[in-house]
Design a binder for this molecule. Structure first.
Ligand code: ACO
Length: 433
């Protein structure tokens, strides 16, 4: 008999089982609560709610730990590539050399997109946000590609997942080229996953793009750091929408839409915009820190704080190191990096940020890295989406295979009107509807 907790309601005692995770974290199992007691729990934002059991990522917000399938993010950042990390997340273990080769080949073979999809692309209004285009295009993929059948062979699943991983990158580059009124560049079998993306973004007939291995490494790192992050907002959207048994493309499209928000993936764009404003106003971060502390001012210090990390985000630490290394190697002096460091220093000494345990998150330095590679500002969140895709896929797959999986359907505490009668339209008065 495992541990239990006691809940006493109106003098009656109920025992709730305690589930213990791999790292000793404990959760009250309330799955029978409503049936047994008629009660539900109230947890706006789900900050205290475990929505599933998962074996993909482990994070510890107090200690600033993140592991994919048990492997510390620091080790993957140093030794792995995005493609290898994607394989690890989706399949559970690191690939052998042969498996990695096969996986890379499969990504290469599926990198072209259906020519009919170009029609969709070309009819988006100029100036449409690339996240808008990407979410729509991924959903549209279902019209051109089959979904995974219920009783599918592993090869079918692998092919569908590889198709999505590979094509999302092609579509992202394509949406950028079209938004610029430029000719689309096709993927090439000559390049790796990351190099291919850079080539599709930047190669032109008048100025062939020279692949820079430092940029390829930096992009690999950026994507490895974004590849999964347990039950964050967009992943929860993928799982929730997926729980209705929609096709994979619709579920991933929901994740892309959730990621777009400035409190989530959209923060990387908002951070650089904030650095720019600080730079243009003379470079002193102090007034911005003061604004962030003022509860009457809606301004937030973008790239600071996290729902789970109450310590330095381990991904932020690695990102900062990479920015320093890359800019130094390339002999680039980006004034926004100096602003970021000054801002971090002022905020981390301030009692508001200390007391609220607010530290730089992954987005605080990631925009500087993307700028250095040459990625335009409105593509930043798309870059996050490409990186998060292996996580979304593996979480979707895990929930699909979960024998305990069921339709996600939270409850609510109703605070609206009491029962009242319908009033015919000609009898309604303002304030008396
Ligand atoms: N600037 C100013 N105040 C902040 C900030 C910030 N960046 N972050 C949190 N706070 C305040 C909160 O308003 C809260 O104040 P209150 O207690 O008076 O209500 C207090 O600090 C504690 O906040 P938390 O509970 O730790 O944070 P919460 O879970 O509510 O929000 C969030 C997390 C949404 C990420 C928030 O920190 C934020 O908006 N940050 C800026 C946006 C950002 O960088 N988002 C990217 C997150 S990482 C990612 O999704 C990839």
């Amino acid at each position: 008999m495992g541990k239990t907790a006691k809940l006493i309601v109106d003098g009656r005692t109920y025992e709730l089982p305690i589930v213990v995770g791999r790292e000793g974290e404990m959760a009250l199992d309330i799955s029978r609560l409503h049936k047994d007691t008629g009660l539900i729990t109230l947890d706006p934002g789900y900050g205290n709610t475990g929505s599933c059991e998962s074996s993909i990522s482990y994070m510890n917000g107090d200690e600033g730990i993140l592991r994919y399938r048990g492997i510390p993010i620091e080790q993957l950042a140093e030794h792995s590539t995005f493609v290898e990390t994607a394989y690890l997340l989706i399949n559970g273990d690191l690939p052998t050399a042969e498996e990695l080769n096969e996986f890379s080949l499969m990504l290469n073979n599926h990198s072209l997109i259906h020519e009919e999809m170009r029609n969709f692309f070309e009819h988006f209004p100029r100036g449409a946000h690339p996240m808008n285009i990407l979410a729509s295009m991924v959903n549209a993929m279902r019209a051109l590609y089959p979904e995974i059948p219920e009783e599918s062979e592993k090869e079918d699943i692998d092919k569908t997942l590889a198709r999505l991983l590979s094509k999302l990158r092609t579509m992202a580059a394509m949406s950028y080229r079209i938004s610029q009124g430029q000719k689309v560049v096709y993927p090439s079998y000559l390049f790796s996953y990351c190099a291919n993306f850079l080539n599709m973004m930047f190669d032109t007939p008048v100025r062939p793009y020279m692949i820079d291995e430092d940029f390829v490494r930096a992009l690999n790192l950026f994507w490895v750091l974004h590849a999964d992050h347990e039950q964050n907002c967009s992943t929860s959207a993928v799982r929730l929408v997926g729980s209705a048994q929609v096709n994979l493309y619709a579920a991933i499209s929901a994740g892309i839409s959730a990621l777009w928000g400035p409190l989530h993936g959209g923060a990387n764009q908002a951070v650089v915009e904030m650095f720019q404003v600080i730079h243009e106003s003379g470079g002193d971060p102090a007034p911005f820190v003061a604004r962030a502390k003022d509860k009457k001012d809606p301004f937030l210090l973008m790239g600071f704080g996290h729902s789970v990390y109450k310590n330095y985000d381990p991904r932020g630490r690695i990102m900062k190191k990479m920015c320093d290394k890359l800019l130094q190697k390339k002999n680039i002096n980006d004034p926004l990096l100096d602003i970021a460091k000054k801002l971090e220093e002022v905020a981390l000494k301030d009692s508001f940020f200390i007391d609220n345990r607010l530290y730089p998150n992954v987005d605080f330095y990631s925009g500087i890295l993307l700028r250095t590679i040459g990625i335009p500002l409105n593509m930043f969140t798309v870059m996050f989406a490409i990186g998060r895709l292996p996580g979304w896929i593996s979480q979707w797959k895990e929930s699909r295979e979960d024998p305990k999986g069921k339709l996600h359907r939270p409850r609510q505490v109703y605070l609206g009107h009491d029962k009242r009668d319908y009033v015919p339209v000609n009898e309604r008065k303002k304030g008396n509807k």
